[in-house]
Write a protein that binds this ligand. Sequence first.
Ligand SMILES: Nc1ncnc2c1ncn2[C@@H]1O[C@H](COP(=O)(O)OP(=O)(O)OP(=O)(O)O)[C@@H](O)[C@H]1O
Length: 395
Amino acid sequence: MTNPHAAADGAPPPQGPPAPDTDACTGGAGGNPHPAEGRAATTHPHPTTHGLHAHLVVTRPAFHLDITLTAAPGEVVALLGPNGAGKTTALRALAGLTPLTTGHLHLDGTELDRTPPESRPVGVVFQDYLLFPHLTALDNVAFGPRCHGATKTDARTQAAAWLDRMGLTEHAGVKPRRLSGGQAQRVALARALATHPRLLLLDEPLAALDARTRLDVRSQLRRHLAEFEAVAVLVTHDPLDAMVLADRLIVIEDGRVVQEGTPADIARHPRTDYIAHLVGLNLYRGRAADGHTVELAAGPVITTTEDLAGDVFVAFPPSAVTLFRDRPTGASARNLWRCEVAGLEIHGDQIRADLTGELSLAADLTTVAAAELDLHPGAPVWATVKAAQTHAYPA
Ligand SMILES: Nc1ncnc2c1ncn2[C@@H]1O[C@H](COP(=O)(O)OP(=O)(O)OP(=O)(O)O)[C@@H](O)[C@H]1O
């Protein structure tokens, strides 16, 4: 983690910085962990409201990012998306490390488009923390305030208070190599917050932690973010991090926003295969023909309980699917499809069967049921889903 107050917070470049100390902050000497791709410096006041208002356009030979991003002070927004979607590019553009090809970036009414990273009121926590290896936890945190003009004593007093808030007082004199992943992550967060940023950027902040530590740090981070009064933008691959930490999710695919909303809304109404997969739902797009019947483009029909017209999505969880080896007779489910097992994998304490055929879908069943049905790749099966267990909504 570091702060792209770059020079100001003086985080080290990843490949190993010159050794700064808390007195060594001289506007750029500290080094930026992710060198800016170039920009001139100016800050223009702009009469927009508080918070973040950004239209980020970055064009590269093989990639085009074009997203609009707004967030109110106190709001935590997660950028979620598959590899290569443009999340990091968006974060770097917000930090000033990647220049905008076009668009704008306003924070609390000030235009930052051309403000260099070290002059932006922005704090960044990177997934690999990027703490100065030769400075103690206290001096890592004190570096930001020191660069903002605090005396050495003041900077250290502020840093001590931040470490205390993070529950790290007893580690204040420890160098990063002697900190656990979770502790280093909290020092990194303290270092970003110690400069009182108006925009906090977190790049996969929990990715480097093992599962157990991740659980603890996730709940601590949630608490700190709840207390943070400015805008926080989080980049993650992990839907759980996004759901737990963010007030609002912005899903990016191929450089564009494909869906935006509260975690609950996105989990219930996924609009792309990527999101449906993330939240563990089977998702189809079709046309509601007579209210309760949705005709899928690929052929089959799904019966739902919702009364809709026009283009719709239909979703249902793998746990709603019941499998039979022989065609069921007198089954109450109105949705019945002839399928074949394409693959089987352990999914928690269940077996997940991937099915192809009249409809492609995932079905969850117990290991006992899988054994009784003698499921194996290539096995023919009948899949049923009750209409009441499907959920349809306008596309
Ligand atoms: N400095 C760069 N120069 C040229 N292309 C780049 C650069 N950085 C990223 N890209 C490309 O831009 C696209 C978006 O990358 P980006 O890292 O923003 O995606 P991401 O959503 O953060 O992905 P991941 O989750 O894998 O980190 C990718 O195609 C990537 O290869």
